[in-house]
Design a protein around this ligand. Structure first.
Ligand code: ADP
Length: 489
């Protein structure tokens, strides 16, 4: 089948600081690779401590500038709305860039990532002039009110699985609240964040309000986490790095921290569910985005009476996937983002086999250039196996059997994580009981991955804390100030 879109040509990329493109202080660069081929796309500036410092200074100046502080909240909202419109107007271009850099099928980038990115900016545009405190009926001759003030200069560190969308989750609430930002994209996928930064200029954001420092985690990322003049750090990524960010915040200036980390989310199919629908969704719950979703339904729990039926549908679906060039319209599964991720996933597949689980389909790397892993399904998985406990972040589904609701709840919560859960049943009592019992920030009943800018997202337990999306995300970017005024006689 013919390609629908030609991969874009990309020039070498610089840092975006104070509204200008600049080389890194060291003039060092790194390569960003096309995961479908392993070829170099372009060089990207390797920012480090000195660059983060320059960006933080620019963000601080902007935070205190008249251009930003005197801009009305409604005007900030209008700029966010305009940014959303610009993302939509440049949708094809951004989708192609995303697909090239991350490897996701172009159709997903076009119809999921980029439209959602635009909508998140617009949603927070709506919030900008609706962020306010309360008047409180305090005892005595006082007038008391709270102000929800922007927390200040915000550092944001994001992963590579939804590169553009994660930018909108971070910038949307921060800019609506009146913060200024220094963002570090993942080193594997810097391109759309840089293009979005450029669009903020077109939208009319003043210089220095949005800064993007590309670079490595332990250098540029760590410099953000430990910077004394960053008021808050928002991080999405692995639990391990989340812990190091929290330590750096504690050891520097006690900057506020919000963390959206790993998951090993249970997706529970009860025997009374619409089995065909549940099994089809269970497939997508894990395999969407090549299994690279923090909320992936990676532990499928199936009631014993319908286990074989569910396995049959899922295995057949895995065998039908078309792996290949993300720019080919017929492709349903692209490559993993990097060789390191592919090798990690293949390592887990070996571990699963060695632990005694049965690999019913997939399990291999494709014999071609690029980082392709076959959709893989493990049967006969025990709850204490590594593949049932650790986040694989790839196209590997582990399936476990249960016999009643109590066992389902026990298995669902048998994890250090608590990001999401799916429940498939036609019984409202079962749905309500499991939804109340499962320790997870998102619970989807008879659906999965039902995302919307209005619906908050975030973790229990070691999946992190703080919420993104929806009204709750605004709390990450505001400080509450209580003002008490004595009333005259
Ligand atoms: P993954 O393992 O999925 O790549 P990471 O948690 O390593 O996830 O990466 C998520 C983001 O965190 C990336 O932008 C990465 O560069 C950054 N990062 C990695 N290590 C550190 C660190 N020590 N300090 C700050 N940021 C880091």
């Amino acid at each position: 089948m013919a390609n629908t879109i030609t991969p874009p040509r990309v020039v070498d990329q610089k840092l975006f600081v104070d509204g200008k493109w600049t080389d890194s202080a060291s003039c060092e660069t790194f390569e960003t690779l096309n995961p479908a081929t392993g070829d170099t796309i372009c060089q990207v500036a390797a920012g480090d401590k000195a660059d983060v410092d320059i960006a933080v200074k620019a963000a601080r100046r902007a935070f205190e500038s008249k251009a930003w502080t005197r801009m009305s909240a409604a005007e900030r909202g209008r700029l966010l709305y305009k940014l959303g419109d610009l993302v939509e107007a440049h949708g094809q271009e951004l989708a192609a860039l995303e697909s090239l850099d991350n490897g996701k099928p172009i159709r997903d980038a076009q119809y999921v990532d980029i439209p959602m990115t635009a909508n998140v900016f617009r949603y927070y545009g709506g919030w900008a002039d609706k962020i306010h405190g309360k008047v409180i009926p305090m005892a005595g001759p006082f007038h008391a009110h709270t102000r929800h003030e922007p927390v200040g200069v915000v550092g944001q560190i994001i992963p590579w699985n939804f590169p553009a969308l994660m930018v909108s989750w971070k910038w949307g609430p921060a800019l609506a609240a009146g913060c200024t930002v220094v963002l570090k994209p993942a080193e594997q996928t810097s391109l759309t964040a840089l293009r979005l930064a450029e669009l903020t200029v077109e939208a009319g954001f003043p210089e220095g309000v949005v800064n993007v420092v590309t670079g490595m985690g332990p250098t540029a990322g760590a410099a953000i986490a430990e910077h004394m003049d960053v008021d808050k750090v928002a991080f999405t990524g692995s639990t391990e790095v989340g812990q190091s960010i929290m330590k750096a915040a504690a050891d520097s200036n006690l900057k506020r921290v919000s963390l959206e980390l790993g998951g090993k989310s249970p997706n529970i199919i009860f025997a009374d569910a619409d089995i065909k629908k549940a099994a089809n969704f269970a497939y997508a719950a894990l395999f969407f985005n090549m299994g690279q979703c923090c909320c992936a339904g990676s532990r499928l729990l199936v009631e014993d009476r319908v286990y074989d039926e569910v396995m049959e549908i899922i295995t057949a679906k895995a065998k039908k996937q078309v792996l290949g060039d993300p720019f080919e319209e017929s492709t349903t599964q692209g490559p993993q983002v990097s060789k390191a991720q592919m090798d990690r996933i293949l390592g887990y597949i070996e571990t699963g086999k060695n632990e005694g689980a049965c690999c019913v389909t997939g399990g291999r790397k494709l014999d071609r250039a690029g980082y392709f892993v076959e959709p893989t399904v493990f049967d006969g998985v025990k709850a204490d196996m590594k593949i049932a406990q650790e986040e694989i972040f790839g196209p590997v589904l582990t399936v476990l059997k249960f016999s009643d609701i109590d066992e389902a709840i026990q298995l669902a919560n048998d994890t250090i994580y608590g990001l999401a859960a799916g429940i498939w049943t036609q019984n409202i009592n079962t749905a309500n009981r499991v939804a109340a019992s499962v320790k997870a920030g998102s619970v989807w009943v008879n659906c999965y991955n039902a995302f919307d800018p209005t619906i908050t997202f975030g973790g229990f337990k070691m999946s992190g804390f703080g919420r993104e999306l929806g009204e709750y995300a605004l709390a990450n970017y505001t400080e509450v100030k209580a003002v008490v005024t004595a009333l005259g006689k």
